[in-house]
Design a protein around this ligand. Structure first.
Ligand SMILES: [Zn+2]
Length: 123
């Protein structure tokens, strides 16, 4: 896995983008200048359907590359303090792939917050 330009970098300053009590679906969108398209990732179901969204939907080798890229250990947390999750998001126009990372943490009993931490081009 090769990493290109980061469109969003990990930071402890990111604010939550979705919470489990949201009544409407939340999305994270970003402009991809490579093709001029707006790429979108659904957020709300990531707080509801755990089995649909494993933390690492990647091969072991890719997972190692991701952990090296973000200088993580196996048990590292997300910058938001919760568990870190990864996914592959694809631009529907040019098929460019992005590594999408987000943290899920539970500040209060039963309330889950999702914070988008990173978006980086991959190939
Ligand atoms: Zn594109």
């Amino acid at each position: 896995m090769n990493f290109g330009t980061a469109l969003r970098s990990w930071s402890t300053f990111h604010q939550p983008n979705a919470k489990s009590s949201d009544r409407e679906s939340k999305f994270f969108t970003f402009d991809y200048s490579g093709c001029g398209n707006v790429v979108q990732a659904a957020l709300t179901e990531r707080l509801q359907d755990w089995e649909m969204f494993p933390r690492y939907p990647f091969s072991e080798q890719e997972q190692d590359a991701i952990q090296r890229h973000y200088s993580m250990g196996q048990w590292s947390h997300s910058p938001c303090g919760g568990g870190i999750h990864f996914d592959r998001v694809v631009c529907p126009v040019c098929d460019r792939q992005f590594l999408f990372s987000y943290g899920i943490h539970e500040p209060n009993n039963g309330l889950l917050l999702l914070t988008v931490e990173g978006v980086v081009e991959i190939n």
